[in-house]
Design a protein around this ligand. Structure first.
Ligand code: SAH
Ligand code: SF4
Length: 369
């Protein structure tokens, strides 16, 4: 297959698996650069050269789940567990608002008890009240009952991030114990979409046992599920988890993990066009300018960590998470400089909703009228 043919197929929204796999398998630096540059043009055309910030508040590291890859899994006894008070979380939200971030993400380990649902509901209402409804709120709080999702939506959250981790059920099962259900994950994504959330999902890239075909299928899955936002990143080991056991020298794999992640961003941008795509922190964990490379490969969202420094060391999903010792002010000014250096602008005081979502809503309205 030729590079141009594969690109044409995706650009014309003819997503045959062969083209996806061909592009994801590109090896030489020159070919990869061509791919990133095409994706960058598509980003400029469909969503513009503007980066939106979502400040992440790592609200709590308590987790009921036991995902094999994650440092916060409930059986990891080495983690000092914490949960923020409402005023601590509000302080972070206020910082984001004062610094002209259009929106924040509240993320935490999974908890499904009633007290947690109530706590988050109260927090959402309070953030809305204190920002005059101006600060956008995204949630990343795992699988919940429909009632809980609805309560949080009604309180004012408007986006939700829930990664499928891998769209291949067999691979999914190798990443999670048997009390995790792939079907429930899909159901949760459908529920969130029906409730009206702008919906984001994604996968980890470079997982043990993951093939190019799995990754191509993941991108087809994003398309079939009609996601508005894509947040994916490299899998990175955490030494106190079962999935780290198979690795003797992860350092040697870093370059490959990074390159594969950039190719996933680029191919997703070319096929999906007007969705928001995040350049995730995990890219920065592999290389200091990893997130800037993500922007150059087609991403248009960055999620700076705005968690208070006292909690950061305890929210280690994977090893070497960057900026754990820096206050958020320092991280923010250094990030702004780096983005401006790329010739992109930053969408301050804007929610930066995915164009894909607005288009979807528009066509739904037309169908119903
Ligand atoms: N508990 C929530 C939110 C926190 S975890 C949830 O699971 O949705 C957020 C994301 O961190 C997960 O979806 C997963 O993709 C990512 N993550 C966890 N461990 C990781 C690792 N070792 N490498 C890369 N990403 C990881
Ligand atoms: Fe918990 Fe999320 Fe980590 Fe799974 S990925 S162990 S649900 S924090």
């Amino acid at each position: 297959m030729k590079f141009e043919t594969a690109i044409d197929n995706l650009e014309l929204s003819r997503p045959d698996k062969e083209s996806l796999m061909f592009l994801l398998d590109l090896k030489s630096k020159e070919d990869c650069e061509r791919l990133y540059s095409k994706a960058y043009d598509m980003k400029a055309k469909y969503v513009g050269k503007k980066v939106f910030f979502r400040g992440i508040v790592e609200f709590s590291n308590l987790c009921e789940k036991n995902c094999y890859y994650c440092g916060l899994r409930r059986e990891n006894k080495f983690v000092k567990r914490y949960k923020m008070t409402e005023s601590q979380a509000l302080r972070d939200a206020k910082w984001a608002f004062d610094n002209k971030f259009g929106s924040i993400v509240i993320q935490a380990g999974e908890r499904t008890d009633k007290a947690f649902a109530k706590l988050i509901e109260k927090l959402i209402l309070k953030i809305k009240e204190e920002s005059n409804g101006k600060l956008g709120i995204t949630l990343s709080l795992g699988e919940q009952e429909k009632d809980t999702y609805k309560r949080w939506f009604d309180a004012g959250a408007h986006r939700y991030l829930l990664r499928i981790e891998s769209s291949n059920e067999d691979l999914y099962k190798t990443l999670h114990p048997s009390d995790h259900s792939f079907a429930k994950r899909i159901k949760s994504l459908e529920t969130l979409s029906h409730l009206g959330y702008q919906l984001g999902s994604g996968v980890m890239i470079g997982l043990p046992g993951q093939t190019t075909e799995h990754l191509a299928d993941d991108i087809l899955f994003f398309r079939n599920m009609d996601f508005d936002m894509i947040g994916m990143g490299p899998f990175i080991i955490h030494k106190d988890t079962p999935l780290a056991e198979g690795f003797t020298n992860f350092e040697e794999l870093k370059e490959r993990q990074l390159e594969l992640s950039l190719k996933m961003i680029a191919v997703s941008r070319i096929l999906l066009k007007d969705v928001n795509i995040a350049s995730t922190t995990a890219l920065q964990a592999l290389k200091p300018d990893g997130r800037e490379l993500g922007l150059l490969a087609g991403a248009n969202v960055i999620m700076p960590n705005i968690t208070d420094i006292e909690f950061r060391p305890y929210y280690q999903l994977y090893e070497n998470k960057p900026c754990i010792n820096e206050g958020y002010g320092e991280c923010n000014s250094c990030l702004k400089r780096r983005i401006e250096f790329l010739g992109e602008t930053i969408g301050l005081n804007e929610w930066g909703d995915p164009i894909h979502f607005s288009r979807k809503m528009q066509s739904m309205k037309q169908r119903n009228s």
